[in-house]
Design a binder for this molecule. Structure first.
Ligand code: NAD
Ligand code: IPM
Ligand code: MN
Length: 373
């Protein structure tokens, strides 16, 4: 293992709400392990986001925390949201905290890998043979589309009734940069990209197809590009998910399809993600790492949540922000071995044996890391 001590790796940790702090606590233990073992050190700063920031400061993300995120090398994010804040005006809801981080850090490419660990093939709601060995990557556009398009809002019409508006908007440049990320990733995998849209009913979908084809023909002739409608893709993901290598799609379709892909892996609690900005000339890019799941209010505070999506998000940080593929594999292998031992949080359990708490799963991953490092 290379000795890469000497920290210029500034990590801002934003645990958030609900199960966020519980899963983050276990992930911080993994980060501390690297430090204690002198494998790599990280300068960790913790901040508030979502409901936690609202309770303290009256906003879901302060300007100071936003600035700290921009100044960091990477952000590690837990989850936000909860019933307590659901009646707040839209601009104050906890979810605005993560949306602001994505937008102001310009994190346009959200990588959501759905990988089935061998030990969990039985935990999927699909037949094991359909998901065993699955390794697909959803690249979700993250700073555009209907999440951010104008006009938006709810207006009152002359007759007193209300009209709600959101707008799907994409420029060619926005599509092109995320398609390039997908094609680059595909080159290191099985060299196949499927662009997913609703070009049959949405003009913006037609533009996605044009741009994807142009980018592929100009610079990625070694990559096979195909197209699929989003409704069919949702069906194909549960019919025959192994047909996919890389899926590239808009913000909203990527949100829906990645929750669907998560269940192929056994649980939403298993799916990590990386949200990346454009690489600069020095190869550095802004980045935020976040589990795909939310704050899971139904199980929060009970020490039963699965911390693996968050721990695997840290592994993605090692790989994509710090060029530490070997150390990332160390974490992923520890997770693989923990699962192979039969240790299970409630969301991935089949029989009642091997059930552990959030902390118990953290303990097992730490023990496996100790053995390997
Ligand atoms: P959710 O992802 O929080 O939960 C969906 C279901 O999956 C729940 O039954 C939950 O218990 C389960 N689950 C999720 N993560 C789990 C884990 N790690 N271990 C075990 N089980 C897990 O989605 P939701 O219930 O629709 O939303 C709850 C809140 O979270 C809402 O306020 C929503 O806006 C927010 N949310 C936040 C994010 C984020 O912060 N990135 C993502 C999605 C939803
Ligand atoms: C996700 C979440 C977020 C999204 C919410 C919390 C804003 O569902 O990261 O998948 O819709 O992007
Ligand atoms: Mn989502």
């Amino acid at each position: 293992m290379p000795q890469t001590r000497g920290s210029n790796r500034k990590v801002l940790v934003l645990a958030g709400d609900g199960i966020g702090p519980e899963i983050m606590r276990q992930t911080l233990r993994v980060i501390e392990f690297f430090d204690h073992r002198h494998i790599a050190s990280f300068e960790v700063t913790e901040g508030l986001v979502g409901g936690a920031a609202l309770d303290e400061h009256g906003v879901p993300l302060t300007d100071e925390t936003m600035a700290a995120a921009v100044a960091s090398d990477a952000v590690l994010f837990g989850a936000v949201g909860g019933a307590k804040w659901d009646s707040l005006p839209f601009e104050l809801r906890p979810e605005r905290g993560i949306l602001r981080l994505r937008k102001e850090m310009d994190l346009f490419a959200n990588l959501r890998p759905a990988v089935v660990f061998d030990a969990l093939a039985d935990a999927s709601s699909l037949k094991p043979e359909l998901v065993a060995g699955l390794d697909l990557m959803i690249v979700r556009e993250l700073t555009g589309g209907i999440y951010f398009g104008a006009p938006r809002g709810v207006e009152t019409l002359p007759d007193g009734s209300r009209r709600g508006v959101n707008t799907e908007v994409y420029t060619e440049a926005e599509i092109e940069r995320v398609v390039r990320v997908a094609c680059d990733l595909a080159r290191k995998r099985r060299a196949r990209v499927c662009e997913v849209d609703k070009a049959n009913v949405m003009e913006s979908g037609g533009l996605w197809r044009d741009v994807a084809q142009r980018v592929r023909d100009a610079d990625f002739r070694d990559v096979e590009l195909s197209f699929m409608y989003a409704d069919n893709c949702a069906m194909q993901l549960v019919r025959s998910p192994k047909q996919f290598d890389v899926i590239v799609t808009s913000n909203l379709f990527g949100d829906l399809l990645s929750d669907c892909a998560a269940m192929l892996t056994g649980s939403l609690g298993m799916l990590p993600s990386a949200s990346l900005g454009q690489a600069g000339t020095d190869g550095r890019r802004r980045a935020l790492y976040e589990p795909v799941h939310g704050s899971a209010p139904d199980i929060a505070g009970k020490d039963v949540a699965n911390p693996l999506a968050c721990i695997l998000s840290f592994a993605m940080m090692l790989r994509y922000s710090f060029d530490m593929a070997e150390e990332a594999a160390l974490v992923e292998d520890a997770v693989r071995r923990a699962l192979a031992l039969g240790v299970r949080t409630g969301d991935i359990i089949q029989s009642n044996t091997g059930r552990v708490s959030t902390r118990g799963m953290g303990d097992t991953v730490l023990r496996e890391l100790e053995k390997a490092a």
